[in-house]
Design a protein around this ligand. Structure first.
Ligand code: GSH
Length: 214
């Protein structure tokens, strides 16, 4: 049986936004059975030799699928899509587009959004120039995404795929200040279209019932 390591307890700021939600959402879309191993972050459940065997950076999510161990949310989603034959095209060209946009979400879009968010958490008023640079980077990425979504409903193919789970989650968890996305209505409506899916709503509801803040 597929085992997913996700949070059972995590700090209140992160709760509702953590990356195990990407895997939970994919599993819900794919209707794959799984067992959840709940990890308590404040109790340091991730910082053990046993858990490092699954996740070298001591992070959530990771999976153990009958001995096949994976961490990294994008790698897990591609694996699950290929295993289930859902949310990824069966042909090589279509699969390549999905992989391309999984990398783009993780590597081109998440870093500037996350960097700006972390700076804003930790800013002491002395980072004006640094912030200006990061805001420029974010705007450049969102401008290019706005152009991409002008003629598309989903990011990688004409249908919803695992790349959309990653991209929509990045655009949701990575943007706290909605003023940042307001100038990009195409990106905002893409994100909202993905988050309106019944599987996402069920996933968040179950997560919020189960995961404690602490
Ligand atoms: N690149 C990894 C990042 C995973 C990650 O940052 N996980 C966070 C939760 S959203 C975590 O486990 N943080 C706890 C920690 O680093 O102590 C992925 O996409 O899976």
């Amino acid at each position: 049986m597929l085992k997913l390591y996700g949070f059972s307890k995590v700090n209140a700021v992160a709760r509702g936004h953590t990356r195990d939600l990407r895997v939970l959402w994919a599993l819900e879309e794919m209707q794959l059975p799984f067992e959840l191993a709940g990890m308590d972050h404040p109790a340091r459940d991730l910082n053990t030799e046993a858990y490092r065997g699954l996740s070298p950076f001591e992070q959530i999510p990771s999976i153990d699928d009958d001995g096949l161990v994976l961490s990294e949310s994008a790698a897990i989603l591609v694996y699950l899509a290929k295993k289930s034959g859902r949310l990824i095209p069966g042909d090589r060209a279509g699969e390549a587009q999905v992989v391309r946009w999984c990398f783009a979400a993780m590597n081109s879009v998440e870093p500037p959004l996350l960097s700006l968010m972390v700076l804003d958490w930790t800013a002491d008023g002395s980072c004006g120039k640094h912030r200006e640079f990061l805001a420029g980077w974010v705007n450049r990425v969102l401008t290019n995404l706005e152009r991409w979504f002008a003629v598309r409903d989903f990011v990688a193919t004409k249908d919803f795929t695992v790349a959309d789970i990653l991209m929509a989650h990045v655009l949701s968890a990575g943007i706290k200040d909605q003023a940042l996305i307001a100038p990009y209505p195409g990106v905002a409506s893409y994100r909202d279209r993905c988050l309106a899916r019944p599987a996402w709503k069920r996933t968040v509801e179950a997560y919020c019932t189960r995961v404690e803040a602490g």
